[in-house]
Design a protein around this ligand. Structure first.
Ligand SMILES: NC(=O)C1=CN([C@@H]2O[C@H](COP(=O)(O)OP(=O)(O)OC[C@H]3O[C@@H](n4cnc5c(N)ncnc54)[C@H](O)[C@@H]3O)[C@@H](O)[C@H]2O)C=CC1
Ligand SMILES: O=C([O-])CC(=O)C(=O)O
Length: 337
């Protein structure tokens, strides 16, 4: 009798510890926004997530209550800043996704969002450095070229910096590149895997179309490159003052989060583009760069180099580097001013 009881206790203990080990909490900060809501809906359907934690300065609990009626297992909780909401939202999170901040209106650049969004991201990163220093940070808030350095500098300040865990989400650039190329060529998006490197704004977005195997006329190449670089502006213009890309962005972010979760659980060979601390252009004074990254149990695994560039792409790179350098310095300086 004693032996049986003891066995049951051991089994229960093992079951508990294995379910604790598998518990995966993902927090979305800015969860009630244009990106936050559809992203949270998609993440709710991800079986790798056992706890979806939603924070926003308004309506976090409302979005959580709504999603919690969906008949898919897993916990959903919602918070506002009241009662230490941010701390509770992020404690024990495996991944913190940040789409908090204002979007562009027509005529604005992403850098025009800096004055508002830098402070928001800095505050959220400060809380993460204190209450969730081991979380993987997926930064969506623009300007990504500067907000990723802001998060990194805050983590450095709190002495919890691990560059393998901080990502700028640039997935939408490759999603667009695939879609726009397939539209131009009349092909399936499935066959158009385009590498996009650099950063996430205008000229810092560099599609490497020479690596696709397709041929383009000079005019096609210029038009397609421009469309990929300024795809965000197409949506901002079409939405005519009511915001920027939200649905395609939530699709892209959900894909990134799913890839990262799979890699964190030990799956190998998963490659996504991301804007990360990178050795690729360190010699030119750039701490961060977007390129294909093999994701790993630690987060950032192997950072792929760019591969062969043609003359046109070399010119695009030359145009991108000074802009990117400026954007990075602006983020770093903001934290140390
Ligand atoms: N990385 C990328 O590829 C993309 C980035 N973005 C960026 O994502 C950001 C969000 O865009 P949308 O969702 O369309 O904006 P939105 O205005 O619809 O939503 C933003 C949400 O953030 C919340 N928020 C504001 N301050 C906050 C704080 N301190 N803590 C928590 N939540 C806070 C707001 O209450 C709001 O619900 C923008 O900066 C936009 O430029 C947009 C598309 C693509
Ligand atoms: O264009 C914007 O402002 C939002 C964004 O980053 C994108 O859609 O790529």
């Amino acid at each position: 009798m004693f032996a049986v009881r003891r066995l049951n206790v051991e089994t229960a203990k093992r079951a508990f510890s294995s379910s604790a080990a598998n518990a995966t909490k993902v927090a979305v900060l800015g969860a009630a926004g244009g990106i936050g809501q559809p992203l949270s809906l998609t993440l709710k359907q991800n079986e790798l997530i056992s706890h979806l934690s939603l924070y926003d300065i308004v309506n976090g609990p409302g979005v959580a209550a709504d999603l919690d009626h969906i008949d898919i297992d897993g916990k959903v909780t919602g918070y506002t800043p009241d009662n230490d909401g941010l701390k509770h939202a992020i404690t024990d999170a495996t991944i913190i996704v940040i789409p908090a901040g204002v979007p562009r209106k027509p005529g604005m650049t992403r850098d025009d969002l800096f004055n508002t969004n830098a402070g928001i991201v800095k505050d959220l990163a400060t809380a993460a450095a204190q209450y969730a220093p081991k979380a993987h940070m997926a930064i969506i808030s623009n300007p990504v070229n500067s907000t990723v350095p802001i998060v990194s500098e805050i983590f450095k300040k709190y002495k919890v910096y691990d560059p393998k865990r901080i990502f700028g989400v640039t997935t939408l650039d490759v999603v667009r590149a695939s879609r726009f190329t397939s539209q131009l060529k009349g092909t399936s998006t499935k066959n158009e895997k385009i590498t996009v490197v650099g950063g996430h704004s205008g000229v810092t977005i560099i599609p490497l179309l020479s690596q696709t195997g397709s041929t383009f006329t000079d005019d096609e190449l210029k038009a397609l490159t421009h469309r990929i670089q300024f795809g965000g502006d197409e949506v901002v213009k079409a939405k005519a003052g009511s915001g920027s890309a939200t649905l395609s962005m939530s699709f892209a972010a959900a894909r990134f989060v799913n890839s990262l979760l799979r890699a964190l659980k030990g799956e190998s060979g998963i490659i996504e583009p991301a804007y990360v601390r990178s050795p690729l252009f360190e010699s030119k004074g750039l701490e961060y760069f977007a390129s294909n990254v093999e994701l790993s149990r630690e987060g950032v695994g192997k950072i792929h180099d760019l591969g062969p560039l043609n003359q046109y792409e070399k010119q695009l790179l030359e145009a991108a580097l000074p802009e990117l350098k400026k954007n990075i310095a602006k983020g770093v300086d903001f934290v140390h001013k």
